[in-house]
Write a protein that binds this ligand. Structure first.
Ligand code: ZN
Length: 349
């Protein structure tokens, strides 16, 4: 029964989006048949701006402006035509209960779409108009992420469960930046020892990996920690999980994980954990530019000033190091000492 009720809810929601698409095209057709040029206003969103301490609305789910699509200029008209074409494909997907990737959609009319980014923008525009996320439109993508640990997916109920023994502590998802570190933790039986779940997005996390993590945190109400390299890219990955990316600012509210805590590696960890000198590298000119630009992001000062202080320290010291540098003294240092002691002693941010 549970499955059937759920199925009804799902199809009910999908028909809601179909109704919205029909209503949208009906208004557009009415305008055209009455000789009026249609005007479509699309809210604009952004994850952050570069005005620290400003009273901005970044990442607060409020749009900061509107963009107008009309038939008056060629480029805007093309964008509207593309959006309608993509909408037609989405309508078909929803009606037939099928799924498609953004890439598949691009290949349906490559001569019209010209570039993948044009399709991506159309999907983003439709999501804003329909006030939904991409997966609501049955547009999906295969993720690059990997996961291991105490988790089970029940297909019938479409939900995740923790698998834990009666004596275990609560499973803790830990995100790690790199596959090398993920493999190290797997070799050390880290999940079995700590009854936890470990995820890697293999560098910058893609949408499915971020959505998966968000679902885990939402459904299982677990604490979540992020372990990244101590360099500007590691820090940027951490902020992508917590605040979203600038490019996908609208989808951010469905993807961000505000609960995520920074486990390491902090610039201040190099002294605390005696990282050998030869493992510490100087920041390049590009690294420095990236850090300086990140320091301006409005959400850092507003929401995680302690993260910002560590980022400032990275710039002051002018150095970076990889997570693996922490293991220079012992192969299993991350699994045996670093991660457990950081969580136990609350050396997290
Ligand atoms: Zn802002």
């Amino acid at each position: 029964m549970e499955g059937k009720r759920r199925g009804y809810e799902w199809s009910h929601r999908e028909s809601g989006f179909l109704t919205k698409i029909k209503e949208f095209t009906r208004v557009l057709l009415t305008d055209l048949t009455n000789g009026r040029s249609p005007l479509i206003l699309i809210d604009r969103f952004r994850s952050y701006c570069a005005v620290p301490n400003a009273n901005c609305f970044c990442a607060s789910d409020l749009p900061y402006g509107k963009e107008a699509l009309t038939l008056r200029t060629k480029s805007r008209a093309h964008r509207l035509v593309v959006m309608l074409r993509v909408m037609l494909i989405v309508q078909k997907l929803l009606q037939e209960n099928k799924h498609s990737s953004k890439r598949d959609i691009y290949y349906t009319y490559p001569s019209l779409f010209l570039d993948q980014s044009v399709v991506d923008q159309a999907i983003n525009d439709i999501c804003i108009l329909m006030q939904c996320s991409r997966h609501n439109l049955n547009v999906v993508s295969a993720g690059n992420g990997l996961t291991m640990g105490w988790i089970r997916f029940s297909e019938g109920e479409r939900k995740f469960d923790c698998i834990s023994s009666p004596n275990s502590v609560h499973p803790v998802p830990v995100h790690v930046e790199e596959v090398k570190v993920f493999q190290r933790l797997a070799n050390d039986q880290f999940c079995n020892v700590n009854h936890c779940i470990v995820i890697t997005g293999r560098g910058y996390p893609d949408i499915p990996t971020r959505r998966f993590l968000r679902l885990l945190v939402e459904n299982l109400r677990l604490p979540v920690y992020c372990l990244v390299d101590c360099d500007p890219y590691g820090f940027d990955i951490l902020t992508t999980y917590r605040f979203g990316s600038m490019q996908m600012a609208y989808d951010t509210k469905h993807l961000r994980v505000p609960e995520i805590r920074w486990l390491g590696a902090f610039p201040s960890d190099s002294e605390r954990y005696f990282v050998p000198k030869q493992c510490i590298l100087p920041l390049t000119a590009e690294d420095k530019r990236k850090v300086e630009a990140m320091l301006l992001r409005c959400y850092l000062q507003r929401e995680v000033p302690q993260w910002r202080l560590e980022l400032k320290l990275m710039l002051q010291k002018g150095v970076k190091f990889e997570i693996e540098a922490l293991s220079a003294h012992a192969l299993s240092f991350l699994s045996d000492s670093y991660i457990p002691s950081k969580i136990d002693h609350k050396l997290i941010m």
